[in-house]
Write a protein that binds this ligand. Structure first.
Ligand SMILES: [Zn+2]
Ligand SMILES: [Zn+2]
Length: 324
């Protein structure tokens, strides 16, 4: 099931050697049907909004919950309001350790496992998510996801740590930690990481995205964008090939970015042929509109996400009422 990025890199580098010794690199699988539905974000015409993020990803019949919102009950209640049954979702991705992405997981597991014991039982993370953190001037643990891990493992759930890009279902990839060659520093949180008895700036090294490979290009699902939007787009192109960035769904942490940073980001998204942006959570309202303008999108292709809004690979964005 897992296909590692290292295999692809090895295949590419060996291709410069004697051709007879080389197996051909197999073509990458492309997902035929894809729908991504927002279950936690700020704006809501239905259900309850919050400062948080969660989406349900449905790709060729595989269902994955990406992030779990802030409050324990938000994703459960919003899914119920939207008529979405999450009890047959086994796989959960946690993009990073912040509580607005991991706060609903224990409640989801406890409630949904009553109906289906495997619900929310396999949790995908990247290295660094369980590092001890501190708030300035305090000694108590500031990483809420350490307690989430203990509570989940007590129910029999398992955590799968992805140290590199891996294909978790055909055409569905996790980036693992994202290389950061560009000057995108979107991690201004006050927490520090505890390392060898001293504190270092928390760059949120575990921040990872989900990639879905389609015949129209790749789709990125980002939680909070701490690794940087363009860093993630460039890494997706390394993993999946120089395909168009067909869509980005999620939080890009651009809400407080100055105009110059928004222009820098939008110019590069335009060059990557971005087709759709469903900007949720910390993307910011002004940032969505600015990217719409500067990346040559329109109101059907660059939308502020609301609870229940969705992106479908064949139909585009359904914004629901308020954000249309
Ligand atoms: Zn965050
Ligand atoms: Zn966040």
């Amino acid at each position: 099931m897992l296909r590692s990025f290292m295999y692809m890199v090895a295949g590419l580098s060996f291709s410069a050697g004697p051709a007879a010794a080389l197996p051909a690199r197999p073509p990458l699988h492309k997902v035929a049907s894809l729908k991504i539905t927002v279950l936690s974000t700020m704006l809501a015409d239905r259900g309850m909004g919050e400062w948080g993020f969660s989406v349900l990803v449905e790709a060729d019949g595989h269902r994955i919950l990406f992030d779990t919102g802030l409050h324990p009950e938000t994703v459960l209640d919003n899914a119920h309001d939207l008529g979405i049954d999450l009890s047959n979702v086994t796989d959960v991705v946690l993009s990073h350790h912040h509580g607005d992405h991991t706060g609903g997981l224990v409640e989801l597991r406890q409630e949904l496992s009553k109906k289906s014991p495997s619900a929310m039982s396999r949790i995908h993370v990247a290295p660094g998510i369980f590092l001890s953190r501190r708030q300035p001037g305090r000694d108590d643990e500031a990483n809420p996801t350490i307690a989430v891990k203990a509570a989940m493992e007590a129910t029999g759930a398992v955590f799968v740590v992805h140290g590199k890009a891996e294909e978790i279902f055909p055409g569905v990839w996790l980036t693992g930690p994202v290389p950061r060659p560009n000057p995108e520093r979107y991690y201004g949180a006050p927490e520090s990481i505890v390392t060898d008895g001293r504190l270092v700036t928390d760059s949120i090294p575990e921040d990872m995205a989900l990639l879905i490979n389609t015949d129209k290009g790749f789709v990125i699902v980002a939680g909070c964008g701490h690794a940087g939007t363009i860093n993630t787009v460039e890494y997706a192109r390394r993993i999946l090939g120089a395909e168009p960035a067909y869509a980005i769904v999620g939080g890009l942490h651009l809400f407080a970015a100055p105009d110059s940073a928004l222009a820098w980001t939008a110019t590069r998204l335009r060059a990557a042929h971005l087709g759709y942006l469903l900007g949720a959570h910390c993307t910011g309202i002004e940032a969505v509109f600015r990217i719409r303008e500067l990346a040559a999108l329109d109101r059907k292709r660059a939308v502020v996400a609301a609870i229940g809004s969705s992106f479908d690979a064949s139909k585009g964005i359904d914004p629901l009422a308020l954000a249309q």
